[in-house]
Unconditional design. Structure first.
Length: 83
């Protein structure tokens, strides 16, 4: 299956891309996708992922064992500062 991962703010800068498609096996979870992203982008991105929030198809994900579906969109949102 294919999942679209979109990066925002510092995650985008660390990944060096705005978005990318991941090929994952059927039954893959959010945690599996995050693991693949860590492997694809060593360096500062894994640290950002530790503090990031995730949206799956525009809905906040708190449980990374949640299964993905083909064509899903996973957004990586690093912590934002400001007021």
């Amino acid at each position: 299956m294919t999942v679209l991962v979109r990066y925002f703010a510092s995650a985008r800068a660390a990944a060096g891309v705005e978005e990318e498609k991941l090929k994952l096996p059927e039954g893959a979870t959010v945690a599996d996708a995050v693991r693949v992203v860590r492997e694809l982008h060593p360096g500062p991105l894994p640290r950002i992922l530790d503090a990031a929030s995730f949206l799956l198809n525009e809905i906040a994900v708190r449980d990374q064992t949640r299964a993905l579906s083909d064509g899903a969109q996973l957004d990586v949102l690093p912590p934002f500062a400001g007021g």
